[in-house]
Design a protein around this ligand. Structure first.
Ligand code: SAH
Ligand code: SF4
Length: 401
């Protein structure tokens, strides 16, 4: 079933979905292997049934119990009574970027809508073909970064592990038709993953478990706007995932505006925590920096980033901002981006500029919301702009707010 185009605004912004509309059955893909075994054992099923179910779920990416033909009918019926084979009730897919990128809007059982994106990178000399899936961890987001379409929507709810994993299974199923596989997963869709860390950890465990989805840990990237305790918790677990930190500003007064979470977790502490993660895992931290014309792209900003990151195991991605409806902000021009990058490189910090928009990870995800039918009303957009100008003017100019 496809999500009707006329019904594209997340109901997260509409309070009170009737409880009856919620499906109480958990998603099967959210179960740890031992939980599934215990459930099968409680029904007197032999151990090999667990391997069969896992095969349908993780190798064939089944979305329906009826598909699981190697299982006896009564077991399929019992599974359907206790679980959902797929937690995505319906998805609308739209191609972008000459077909190499596809974006999906998924409807969850309670009507919430979330996005995921598939980005294919054809093989080139020395590089195998890659298929990266960008997934959402929450419906909406509470952090409220003013340049982000998801932030504008506000917070809906946390996704559970099955709802996160099923976004990856959705794309794996589509890729399988042409003999392809998902090679990378990035938590860069809607939501702040480290504010839903239990579900994100459970989902990542399923994705990297050789007996389940089987992705290499190094092929998973978690992006955070800077939830310091969450980064510390990750460090203690020492996963091999790449950590991406959405920096966007090094000066506190500016970052307070661009990433409001900075008031709670100041950037210096975030970078310290991220560096501890890098030291513990040996993995370079990726710092994302959305470049906004005349806002965070000045020489003073570049110098502040250089001071903050100098000597650290870090890599900076400069990403021209994707324009979104509720701000008047525009992407920085190349003549501002190049010298910015030069300052960072001069400080010994590896820096890349993402020139293509829409096709790249950070700029491709969390953006569908802005393109939805249900855009904010013009009056809302105007109020939002005025608020940003008022609240932000002093900070943006570098003066204490
Ligand atoms: N909440 C997490 C992960 C999801 S956002 C985080 O902020 O890191 C994924 C990335 O998309 C972030 O780096 C975010 O800053 C970036 N992004 C959001 N809005 C954007 C826009 N309008 N243009 C370009 N990148 C954007
Ligand atoms: Fe949330 Fe990330 Fe968007 Fe900020 S950039 S509002 S943290 S999704």
């Amino acid at each position: 079933m496809n999500v009707p185009m006329s019904d594209r605004r997340p109901e997260s912004t509409v309070a009170g979905i009737p409880a009856a509309a919620r499906d109480p059955r958990p998603g099967l893909s959210g179960l740890a292997a031992d939980e599934l075994s215990a459930w099968l054992e409680s029904r007197g099923e032999a151990a090999y049934r667990g391997r069969q179910v896992a095969d349908w779920l993780w190798r064939r990416h089944a979305a329906d119990f009826e598909e699981m033909r190697t299982l006896p009918g009564p077991l399929r019926t019992a599974l359907a009574g206790g679980f959902r084979a797929d937690t995505l009730d319906g998805s609308a897919v739209r191609p972008a970027d000459r077909g190499l990128t596809e974006k999906a809007l998924h409807r969850l059982a309670d009507g919430q809508l979330v996005e995921s994106v598939l980005m294919r990178y054809p093989a080139r000399p020395g590089h195998r073909e890659r298929a990266t899936v960008c997934i959402s961890s929450q419906a909406g987001c509470a952090v409220g970064c003013p340049f982000c379409a998801t932030g504008e929507l506000g917070f809906g709810r946390d996704l559970d592990a099955a709802e996160i994993v099923d976004q990856v299974r959705f794309w794996a199923r589509r890729l399988a038709v042409s003999g392809r596989h998902v090679t990378n997963v990035v938590f860069m869709g809607m939501g702040e993953p480290l504010l839903n860390l239990d579900a994100v950890l459970a989902a990542a465990a399923a994705l990297t478990d050789p007996a389940r989805f089987g992705l290499g840990g190094r092929h998973v990237t978690v992006s955070t706007s800077g939830v310091t305790p969450g980064i510390e918790r990750l460090t203690a677990l020492r996963p091999s995932w790449t950590l991406a930190v959405s920096l966007h500003a090094a000066r506190a007064s500016l970052r307070d505006v661009l990433v409001p979470l900075n008031r709670r977790y100041p950037v210096e502490g975030v970078v310290e925590a991220a560096s501890a993660y890098a030291d513990a895992t040996g993995r370079r931290v990726s710092y994302e920096y959305v470049m906004i014309d005349g806002v965070n792209d000045t020489p003073a900003d570049a110098a502040a980033v250089a001071t903050l990151l100098r000597g650290r195991l870090a890599h900076v991605n400069l990403i021209p901002m994707n324009p979104v409806a509720h701000t008047a902000w525009l992407p920085s021009r190349p003549e501002r981006i190049e010298p910015f990058a030069a300052v960072l490189r001069g400080a010994g910090i590896a820096t890349t500029i993402r020139r293509t928009r829409g096709d790249e990870i950070g700029a491709a995800c969390g953006q569908l919301a802005a393109e939805r039918g249900g855009m904010p009303a013009p009056a809302t957009v105007r109020r939002r702009r005025e608020h940003l100008e008022r609240a932000g003017a002093a900070s943006l100019a570098g003066r204490p707010g």
